[in-house]
Unconditional design. Structure first.
Length: 249
């Protein structure tokens, strides 16, 4: 199934099936970075907007917002959001022949995470193309370090309850079902979907190769309940996280 068909199939179930970064951001760090770049005279792009979850933050902060997404069905849902300064365009952001009207600011939340490195590189290149010189972007991406840390926490939980490593049910570690080479490449299976995760040094390399400057790489932290149904009380910080990259063209 291609990417467009995949997201069209999810359609109106998107809000239930897709993890909500905005709601789960325990320190509201994403809102802080968005406020930093808000400017009522600037144009913004929501790069892979989905159903428009970010519109309530982006619409009041910018003169206009252009949302791009591959899925016609998700854009239909997004078009029903009650904001007047938003335009929507259907586009496959993995194509390297796209043309953009460059904007002052770009937001991209957990979009550049396909299991195909060349497609992710093209999308990062399109982030560059969609920005004016000097423009800024906020990009949210899954953390590979966080996934391995979460797996270690799960093993520690079993260990404290007296379960040996060899006796942990395989399905509890199904995130790590890729081949060794794929796992080193950052492929983690989320609900059986191969998903690219990133290390911090890797992000610095890829952002630079895309012609962007990483101004900051921060963490969006989540409660342990986003990873485990009933986490034990002793499971505290450090918490699981996604990467938040602040870039400039």
């Amino acid at each position: 199934m291609n990417e467009r068909a995949h997201w069209n199939r999810i359609g109106t179930d998107y809000d239930d099936e897709i993890f909500d970064v905005f709601r789960s951001d325990r320190k509201k760090i994403l809102s802080k970075y968005l406020r930093k770049h808000a400017n009522p005279k600037h144009r913004a792009v929501d790069f892979g907007c989905g159903t428009g979850k970010a519109f309530s933050l982006l619409s009041p902060a910018f003169k206009s917002v252009t949302g791009f997404d591959i899925s016609d069905e998700l854009l239909k849902v997004a078009s029903k959001r009650p904001f007047k300064n938003i335009r929507l365009n259907q586009a496959d952001l993995t194509r390297n022949d796209l043309h953009f009207e460059p904007a002052d600011f770009l937001f991209c939340c957990n979009v550049i995470m396909l299991p195909h490195p060349e497609m992710n590189r093209v999308m990062l290149g399109n982030v560059n193309k969609a920005l004016k010189p000097g423009g800024h972007a906020l990009i949210v991406l899954p953390s590979l370090e966080s996934m391995f840390y979460t797996g270690w926490r799960l093993i520690e939980w079993y260990r404290r309850e007296g379960t040996a490593l060899k006796d942990i049910p395989a399905e509890d570690l199904s995130y790590f079902s890729a081949s060794r080479s794929q796992m080193v490449d950052g492929i983690i299976h989320i609900d059986k979907v191969a998903t690219k995760h990133y290390t911090e040094p890797e992000l610095r390399v890829l952002i630079s190769e895309a012609g962007l400057t990483a101004l900051a790489i921060d963490r969006i932290e989540y409660e342990w309940t986003t990873e485990f149904e009933e986490p034990p009380e002793w499971m505290k910080e450090p918490y699981p996280w996604d990467w938040l990259i602040e870039c400039q063209k």
